[in-house]
Structure formats: structure tokens, C-alpha cells
Design a protein around this ligand. Structure first.
Ligand SMILES: C[S@@+](CC[C@H](N)C(=O)[O-])C[C@H]1O[C@@H](n2cnc3c(N)ncnc32)[C@H](O)[C@@H]1O
Length: 286
């Protein structure tokens, strides 16, 4: 049985993300309202619509599962904790591949949706509300993997919060367990500070669905994003608007914060190497 994966070491010293922070400019129309409250509202509102940001959510579930499973220990090695499970993209994928999965998230609305999606698919995951900074509902030394995918970690407000979350994840691992994180590749965004992302055009049975984001930068690191999902429906065009905040941290900074939290054998796997749509960071606990 193979319970150990990705032993590559990648470590050097990188400056703290907080050291790049500037003060929030005055008079910026409330942009500085940060992040827990804004993001709680975001995911309460997004829970029933989150699948619409994927071209085909079920296809993405399968595709992500195939890629992530290649990086994980085998299912027999122990349960997985998906510590920012959202509506269940990775939890459902890994449960379908035979893993025992527990999913938790700070948003009760997404947890409720994940439970529903799990039941519809006849899968057996356990979902609950929990904060990845504390993981109070997760027993220590229980999991072969603790993961937080799709840029969940940059929702945290400071380097200290990320270290706290990684330390909470580490203490929940079995001795050979792994932390697995995926984040947006922010290096280029920090240089270019884009004010929008290119729109994605999807088709729902011949009717157009357009997904795009506007980014309002708050300071050197933080931005408030506006996510628009615009659909051509039988009742005409409908636009959903959602707002959240992120603090851009690079993969190298994440690796450094993982080291500060006591994680070891930290590897940053670029998207081109894994086929995943974001870089993945894998680290050993113990
Ligand atoms: C972009 S979504 C990704 C969800 C899921 N992993 C996926 O790929 O569909 C980020 C998730 O992180 C969750 N989150 C943000 N802060 C959190 C925290 N402190 N503890 C647990 N979950 C958190 C949000 O509620 C949201 O569901």
C-alpha cells in the first residue's frame, strides 16, 4: 500500500506576504470591509449558483478527481478531510473514487448544498460546518490527507491566519499524512494588477452563459472581486452578481507559510505538471 506521496523538497526563504501590504486608501467606497463577513455573504449567495461557474460541473468533478487522486495516498491509508469543501467539487470526486471523505466549510449554505449533491449521487461523505483556522470538529491524527482546493486559503486575511490554518491541518494528520492545497497563480497578477479577467463563454443547450470577474484592488495585496454570471434564459437575460475578497499570496509564499506551520517536504506542483487548473502545494505533516 502506498501511503506516502510527493517527497520533493522545495524550500528557500521568501518574504512574508504581509511585508508587501500597504495601508488601505481612504475614501474607497467601503472596499476595505474585509473579508470574513464579505465572504460569508458571498458563499451564502453563491451556494445555489456555484456550479454555473464551471462549463459542466459534473465533468469538472470527474476531471479534478482523476488528477487529484494521482497525488494522494490510496483510499486504504485513511480518511480525507476537505477543509474548504464548498458545494463539494473535490469531496464528491474523491468519494466516487472510493475515498472516505469528510468535508467541512465555514459556510452553512454550501455545506447544505454539498450534502444534497452527495445524496443525489448516492455517495457517502460526511459534511459539517467548521473553520479551517481551527478545525474544531476534526479529531487529531485522523486523516491521510487534509485539503483545501480552489483558492480557499487566500480568503484568509493574513499570513498569521494561514499559518494557523496549516498548523490546524497538520495536527489532524496521521504520521505520514499530507496537506494538499490549490491556489490561483498570483505571481503575474501581482505584477499586472488586472482589473478584470477574460470572460468565459459557455453554452447551455444552445443558450449562452457568460462568466466574468471585475477586480477592485484595495491595496498591494487585497482585492474585492465581482463575479458575474449572465445567462440567456427563456425569460430573457439574467445576471447574478456576487462579491468577495481575496488576498493574493504566491505559491512560494504559501510554501514558506507551510514551513512556518511545521509542515515538511513541501512541493509546489505547477499546473502544467499536474493538468490541474491551478498550482498544487503538497506537504507532509507528522
Ligand atoms: C472558491 S470556494 C472552493 C470550494 C471547493 N473547494 C470547490 O472547489 O468547489 C472556497 C471555499 O472556501 C470556504 N472558506 C473560506 N474561508 C474559510 C474558512 N476560514 N474555513 C473554512 N472554509 C472557508 C468558502 O466558504 C468556500 O466554500
Amino acid at each position: 500500500m502506498l501511503c506516502d506521496v510527493y517527497g520533493m523538497a522545495l524550500l528557500s526563504h521568501f518574504p512574508s506576504a504581509d511585508s508587501f501590504r500597504s495601508t488601505v486608501p481612504e475614501g474607497n467606497g467601503g472596499l476595505a470591509e474585509m473579508s470574513d463577513a464579505v465572504n460569508q455573504r458571498l458563499y451564502e449567495a453563491l451556494a445555489e449558483h456555484h456550479h454555473l461557474i464551471f462549463e459542466d460541473w459534473d465533468a469538472s468533478i470527474r476531471h479534478q478527481g482523476e488528477i487529484i487522486a494521482k497525488l494522494l495516498p490510496q483510499p486504504e491509508c485513511g480518511p480525507i478531510l476537505d477543509a474548504a469543501c464548498g458545494i463539494g467539487t473535490q469531496s464528491l470526486a474523491l468519494a466516487a473514487l472510493g475515498y472516505s471523505v469528510e468535508g467541512s466549510d465555514i459556510s452553512s449554505a454550501v455545506v447544505a448544498r454539498a450534502e444534497r449533491e452527495c445524496a443525489v449521487r448516492g455517495l457517502d461523505c460526511k459534511f459539517r460546518v467548521d473553520d479551517m483556522r481551527t478545525l474544531t470538529a476534526a479529531p487529531p491524527s485522523r486523516y491521510s490527507v487534509v485539503m483545501a482546493m480552489d483558492n480557499a486559503v487566500p480568503h484568509l486575511e493574513s499570513d498569521e491566519e494561514i499559518v494557523t490554518a496549516f498548523a490546524a491541518m497538520r495536527t489532524r494528520l496521521l504520521p505520514t499524512g499530507k496537506v494538499v492545497i490549490s491556489v490561483r497563480d498570483y505571481q503575474r497578477h501581482l505584477e499586472e494588477r488586472p482589473s478584470s479577467l477574460p470572460p468565459r463563454f459557455y453554452s447551455d443547450g444552445g443558450r449562452r452563459r457568460i462568466v466574468f470577474q471585475i477586480w477592485d484592488w484595495i491595496d498591494q495585496r487585497r482585492y474585492r472581486f465581482h463575479l458575474y454570471v449572465t445567462r440567456d434564459t427563456s425569460q430573457g437575460w439574467i445576471t447574478h452578481h456576487f462579491e468577495g475578497t481575496y488576498r493574493a499570496v504566491t505559491t512560494e509564499e504559501i510554501a514558506d507559510l507551510a514551513k512556518r506551520a511545521g509542515l515538511r517536504e513541501i512541493a509546489v506542483l505547477p499546473a502544467r505538471d499536474t493538468g490541474f487548473y491551478q498550482p498544487i502545494i503538497v506537504a507532509t505533516g507528522g
